[in-house]
Design a protein around this ligand. Structure first.
Ligand code: PHB
Length: 390
């Protein structure tokens, strides 16, 4: 054998040894979100948030290289499920993230359970989602967490008669129930409960009913992406000048769309866990870096939840010293706490849901642009739906 040939055989043998080791050094994370269709803004915000985390913290943690695979499910649950299965079987994904709507997160729950792969829910917000698999951890929020404080604010601020209007599916039902129950328990009256279709809603006939009811306030939950269309119709029907006060969860005055909503949004009071105007050094740095990396975009609560989903995974990998076993990662995530751009957060070890401050905010103009300006905070709010069951 020539010495050249011997060297090439040795090189081939070395490559065989190095090959599997290299594959083990990669942790593939599947981000499954709607990048097209009605919920496309959620996908774009989530992708930008996750990428920003990697950009700012490096793509290596505990000796592992993080590779983010972004997949578009166009908001269809059967597609979400198939993409989750493909990512695990073909790409050896060690964590799945995203899920822009509740039915999309639910479709993946049995896949996560069977494969023992963490499902980090960074968008969907119906309270019961985390009960559907022991491998689900959530960094977004729950609707009971956001809606119950809004009812308390009304009771404190002399609002007694309210109509509720919610999108007719999981998170809308949660918002209607938790706003309504807390409000009625405190002596308030729900005049009417209105539900609007999730797909392509026409708000005009529903707003006519609100006008006829003439309540003191209208409480609204709509998923991220529908707020601008609603606000336009609210103003066109003259409701902004009718004396009906608009109150909502922060999904409606979503930072992704707020700047274009116009003056009809001024004064709208909402409760939520994130505002781009949150006054902290961490958030100022986050918003500046986000706007620099994504020209023309302002981060919303979807972007921050995906950013925090990556933060959670990085910290968990650090704790497991790079081990990617699903049970070890979930155990590491339970009880984890850190400072998010939204403020202090932690993962409730019993429910795997995020514990976070809920802020009371009012839409105001700051340097000529509309923002949700926080004026009160309820610290360390746990999901009340699960707290009530414990
Ligand atoms: C959901 O479908 O769970 C969902 C989507 C968008 C939101 C909130 C909840 O803004």
């Amino acid at each position: 054998m020539t010495s050249n040939r011997r060297i090439s055989i040795l090189a081939a043998a070395a490559a065989l040894v190095a090959g599997p080791a290299l594959a083990d050094d990669v942790v593939t994370v599947g981000l499954i979100v709607p990048m097209t269709g009605q919920q496309a803004t959620t996908g774009k915000q989530e992708q930008a948030g996750a990428n920003l985390y990697i950009q700012l913290h490096g793509d290596t943690v505990a000796g592992k290289k993080i590779v983010l695979e972004v997949k578009d499910d166009a908001g269809a649950p059967d597609v979400t499920k198939r993409l989750a299965q493909d990512l695990i079987a073909n790409d050896n994904a060690k964590a799945l993230m995203g899920f822009g709507l509740t039915p999309l997160a639910l479709a993946v729950a049995p896949v996560a359970t069977e494969a023992k792969v963490p499902e980090i829910v960074t968008a969907a917000a119906t309270a019961m989602i985390t009960e559907k698999s022991p491998y689900i951890v959530r960094t977004s929020f729950t609707l009971p967490q956001a809606a119950a404080p809004m009812a308390q604010w009304c009771l404190k601020n002399n609002i007694h008669k309210v109509v509720t209007l919610v999108a007719d599916y999981g998170p809308g039902n949660d918002a209607e129930k938790w706003f309504g129950d807390v409000f009625e328990k405190g002596g308030g009256q729900i005049v009417e409960k209105i539900r609007t279709p999730l797909k392509a809603p026409d708000f005009a006939p529903f707003l006519q009913r609100v006008k006829d009811d003439a309540p003191e306030a209208l409480f609204v939950f709509l998923p991220s992406g529908q707020g601008a269309a609603f606000m336009k119709e609210f103003a066109e029907r003259g409701l902004d000048k009718s004396g009906v006060r608009l109150i909502a969860t922060g999904d409606v005055t979503d930072d992704d769309q707020l700047a274009d909503m116009g003056d009809a949004a001024l004064g709208v009071v909402t409760t939520h866990h994130y505002s781009a105007a949150h006054d902290s050094p961490e958030n100022k740095a986050f918003v500046a870096a986000f706007e620099k990396a994504n020209a023309g975009m302002r981060p919303n609560f979807m972007a921050v939840a995906a950013y925090d989903g990556m933060a959670l995974l990085y910290q968990a990998l650090d704790k497991t010293k790079g081990a990617t076993d699903g049970d070890a990662l979930i155990a590491a995530m339970k009880g984890m706490s850190w400072t998010s751009p939204r403020g202090p957060v932690s993962i409730d070890p019993d429910t795997r849901d995020i514990v976070q401050n809920i802020y009371v905010r009012k839409v105001e103009k700051v340097d000529g642009a509309l923002y949700n300006v926080e004026f009160d905070a309820i610290p360390a709010v746990k999901d009340p739906y699960k707290a009530a069951k414990q």
